[in-house]
Design a protein around this ligand. Structure first.
Ligand code: 5AD
Ligand code: SF4
Length: 339
């Protein structure tokens, strides 16, 4: 069944009982399609050094008030070993966008080391290091990474332009190019958007769902926009909608995407937590099937502040769900496409 765009918009407008019904329906579809299992990915925030200057992001290049760090290879390996020992099944290695040969080679060798940590059942490795050339994506893929996250942030080119500097380094077209390159190389491709941006309409969000379906993505991570100290977004674009609206809309987006693309992986975004202590748990209750417990060593975690967050790393209540211990938890949709 293909849900049309009008129906998507109608579902996104649901409130009260209709919204609760939407959530329950999405959770049931998740259970029937990808199963009632929650997959874990140990999140390792490698570095907050970034060449970009996204208006919303706390680690943007021009934010002088952040102390910059990069984990040592041994710190990364220790975190990955912990993930394997705890039987998380996978890790996500994430960091700012850097395109130097030195950085590319470092990530490549880290992937090789992580893959060789548990030879009998190697960890799954997801990368998230922004826009890179197809050749770089291919090197990292050959090293053993098999999933990549690159959010489109907003599928509306108008909105994308409004939340990024107009300096030639933040081009919507370039983001699309990178997403297509990832697909060609053979990754499971994850994208996503921020929800509750200043100037974002319900129609924009419905378009985001349609965009993800048209792109035939394998995974999605999307969450609310959260204010970030030292960033110019609000000053330039105006105030975002209220926090309760952003939270509810983020959950509705997850539910609607689950109905529109039943067989993909959808993450309960970390950005839900600063808006509500129950945020990530609620996401699982309305269709998400992936959570990313943060395994970054403390010296990094405090400096990797994309947005203002005082919440804790992981809600232990999440671990009461049925967990896919030791499994990669690959995208079912990707498996079907590549059979
Ligand atoms: N609020 C919510 N999400 C943010 N990100 C960056 N800054 C913020 C913010 N202030 C998200 C972007 C990026 C991902 C790594 O973090 O969507 O792709
Ligand atoms: Fe860098 Fe990503 Fe933050 Fe943009 S959102 S400044 S690319 S870390």
């Amino acid at each position: 069944m293909i849900i049309d765009r009008r129906e998507i918009e109608r579902m996104l407008a649901a409130e009260g009982e209709a919204m609760q019904e939407l959530f329950a329906r999405a959770a049931a579809v998740r259970d029937e399609t990808v199963g009632p299992v929650l997959y874990l990915r140990g999140l390792i925030e490698y570095s907050n050094i970034c060449r970009k200057n996204c208006l919303y992001c706390g680690i943007r290049r021009e934010n002088r008030s952040v102390a910059r760090y990069r984990l040592t290879p041994d710190e990364v390996i220790a975190a990955a070993r912990y993930a394997g020992e705890r039987r998380f099944g996978s890790v996500v290695l994430q960091g700012g966008e850097i395109t130097t040969e030195d950085h590319i080679a470092c990530i490549e060798s880290l992937v090789v080391r992580i893959k060789s940590l548990f030879p009998a059942s190697p960890l799954g490795v997801t990368l998230s290091f922004g826009e890179q050339t197809e050749a770089t994506y291919r090197r990292w893929f050959r090293a053993g990474a098999h999933r990549y996250l690159l959010r489109i942030e907003s599928s509306s080119e108008r909105l994308y332009r409004s939340i990024h500097p107009d300096d030639g380094l933040h081009r919507y077209e370039e983001r699309l190019r990178a997403l297509r390159a990832l697909r060609r190389v053979g990754y499971q491709v994850g994208t996503g958007v921020m929800i509750g941006l200043p100037g974002q309409t319900l129609a924009d969000l419905a378009d985001d769902i349609v965009f993800m379906r048209d792109m035939d993505i394998d995974m999605c991570g999307m969450g609310p926009y959260v204010e970030a100290e030292g960033t110019p977004l609000v000053e330039r674009c105006g105030p975002p909608p209220e926090r309760d609206y952003r939270l509810a809309m983020a959950l509705k987006m997850i539910a609607v995407l689950r109905l529109a693309m039943p067989d993909i992986n959808i993450a309960a975004a970390t950005a839900l937590s600063p808006l509500s202590p129950d945020g990530r748990l609620d996401a699982v209750r309305c269709g998400a099937n992936v959570v990313m417990p943060n395994l970054t060593p403390r010296r990094g975690k405090e400096a990797y502040r994309l947005y203002d967050d005082k919440s804790s790393a992981i809600d232990s209540r999440l671990l009461c769900e049925r967990i896919g211990w030791g499994e990669w938890g690959d995208s079912l949709r990707f498996g079907k496409k590549n059979k």
